[in-house]
Design a protein around this ligand. Sequence first.
Ligand SMILES: Nc1ncnc2c1ncn2[C@@H]1O[C@H](COP(=O)(O)OP(=O)(O)O)[C@@H](O)[C@H]1O
Ligand SMILES: [Mg+2]
Length: 330
Amino acid sequence: MTAVPARTGEYAIEAAGIGKWFGPVRALDGVTVAARPGSVLGLLGHNGAGKTTLINVLATLCRPTEGTARVAGYDVVRQGREVRRRIALTGQFAAVDEQISGRDNLVLVARLRGAGRRAALHRAAELLEMFDLTGAADRPVRGYSGGMRRRLDLAAGMTGRPEVLFLDEPTTGLDPAARLATWAIVEDLVRGGTTVVLTTQYLDEADRLADTIAVLADGRVVATGAPPDLQARVGGRTAPARLPGPAAVRGAARALRTEGLGPEYAPRGGVLDAPLTGPRDLAVVARTLDAQVSGDYELTVTAPTLDDVYLSLIGPAARAAAPAARAEAP
Ligand SMILES: Nc1ncnc2c1ncn2[C@@H]1O[C@H](COP(=O)(O)OP(=O)(O)O)[C@@H](O)[C@H]1O
Ligand SMILES: [Mg+2]
């Protein structure tokens, strides 16, 4: 009997100096990330940044060229079997059988993982309930919406009760309601103790779900931190307002400053832009403008985009490189 090596570490994910070459292409370059059990690590980046490659290394689907990684306490290269027993991976394209029902899909996956028939049926029913698919359970999957397929795919990933769940762009291509439903499910799983590593191109998704965000660009981690730390470096939401003229801009700017908000403004352009840091700041801006401005004005809210993140973290060079990286996407 070969002894299973003991697990180590206080982290569910621990990767150090991961490099990966595909022939002449360096997909990952010295990537170091970590996640504690029961937390969410968000990998944020454009197409081509290296997100899927990193997930594949951590999920033992491809060997790193350099560096070491432990997942659920085991080395991804030397203890791949132990890692695979404790993880699940679901991707952007749901891997479910169209012709059979959602329930049959889940029973099939559970049985492939070695569950007996009764146990598989029981686990399928439990997962259908958990992922809000009970009503559609016995209909063929070909009639499911995109959001329902994604939920079924997630449910299939959870049949083996993984310690670590890898979600590669879990909401890409989903409509807003299905995105919200997916976020709620991820939050539920994390509450239940699962560690989640998810990739995303959406800043709001990383913000909402991740305890730690690693921003990837060209195979490198260009920033790591909790969402508020990154927000402090990148800047948060602002409320730009278009006002009737320079006098209105100056007057409104004065009034906002006395409210403790420090707006930027261009009087000649008729534009004033107030940073929103607290939850009530938008209401303060709206109230102040309403009291100050005679005539029509237009108030909007803008949030930073992934381009803004790259721009503030690595400067204009990254922004210039980004469209080329996007063009490589499948
Ligand atoms: N199997 C492969 N062969 C060659 N190049 C690859 C392969 N997989 C990924 N790449 C390249 O590695 C880089 C990172 O890709 P990927 O990890 O898929 O990024 P992301 O998931 O962030 O879009 C890209 O330049 C991509 O073209
Ligand atoms: Mg990818």
